[in-house]
Design a protein around this ligand. Structure first.
Ligand code: URA
Length: 209
C-alpha cells in the first residue's frame, strides 16, 4: 500500500515520531526501489527544537548508506564552516527536501519534491527553528517556487511563516568552484548572517559578533 505523506506527516507529534513514519514512506516507487535507507534528517540529541534548520537537496551515496544527512564531502565542508561561525552541528537541525537518494544523484523530479513536501513542512513545524537555511537551488525553489534564483535571493533575510529564511549556495557548489571560488565565500558570509540571527550559546560565540 502506498503511504501518502500528505495524510500521515501532519499527524506526527514529534520529530522522532515523524522520523519513524518517514522511514516507511513508499510514495515514490523509483526511489523506494533504489534507496538503501531513508534519510529523515537530524535534530540535535536531547532537544525538542533547534535554533536553525539547514535544508539541503537530497541524500547522496554516503548519506544513503549511513541514513544521516550531510556526512559526505558536502557535509564535511558544512561542518567546518559551521564550526568557524560558532554554530556546531549540535546546535542545528539538518534535513533535505527529498528524504531518499535519487538514483545516480540525479536532480529530484518535481513530482518527487511535491510528494515529499509534507514531510519537510511538518519537520519545520516540529523543529520550530528561528532560522531556516535553504542550501542550494532545490531548497530555494521549495520556498520560492520554480525558477527562484539563489543569486537574486541571497543576502536579504526573508521571512517565511514567522521564521527568518536565509538562502545560500549548496556546499557542493562551493566544492565545485574550489576554495577560492565565489560560492564558498558567499556560503561563509551567509552562514555568518545565520549566526547573527540566533541567540548566543552559553559560552559560545554564535550571535555575539
Ligand atoms: N547533499 C544534500 O543536499 N544533502 C545531503 O544530505 C548530502 C549532500
Amino acid at each position: 500500500m502506498i503511504l501518502d505523506p500528505a495524510q500521515v506527516a501532519p499527524a506526527a507529534r514529534t520529530w522522532q515520531e515523524l522520523t519513524g513514519l518517514v522511514r516507511g514512506c513508499t510514495a515514490c516507487p523509483e526511489l523506494v526501489a533504489s534507496r538503501t535507507t531513508v534519510v529523515a534528517g537530524a535534530l540535535p540529541d536531547g532537544v525538542p527544537a533547534a535554533d536553525v534548520l539547514l535544508i539541503g537537496e537530497a541524500p547522496g551515496a554516503q548519506e544513503d548508506e549511513a541514513g544521516v544527512p550531510f556526512v559526505g564531502r558536502s557535509g564535511q565542508l558544512l561542518d567546518s564552516l559551521l564550526h568557524e561561525i560558532g554554530l556546531p552541528r549540535q546546535r542545528v537541525a539538518v534535513t533535505n527536501v527529498l528524504k531518499c537518494r535519487p538514483p545516480g544523484n540525479r536532480k529530484p523530479r518535481r513530482v518527487e519534491v511535491g510528494r515529499c513536501r509534507p514531510w519537510l513542512a511538518r519537520q519545520i513545524e516540529l523543529a520550530d527553528p528561528r532560522v531556516l537555511v535553504a542550501l542550494g537551488g532545490t531548497a530555494t525553489e521549495w520556498f520560492f517556487g520554480a525558477g527562484a534564483r539563489i543569486a537574486a535571493l541571497r543576502v536579504t533575510v526573508h521571512h517565511w511563516q514567522g521564521r527568518s529564511l536565509v538562502v545560500t549556495y549548496h556546499p557542493s557548489a562551493a566544492i565545485r568552484f574550489g576554495p577560492r571560488g565565489a560560492p564558498v565565500a558567499a556560503l561563509r558570509e551567509d552562514l555568518r548572517t545565520v549566526a547573527r540571527l540566533v541567540p548566543p550559546a552559553a559560552g559560545g560565540p554564535a550571535g555575539d559578533e
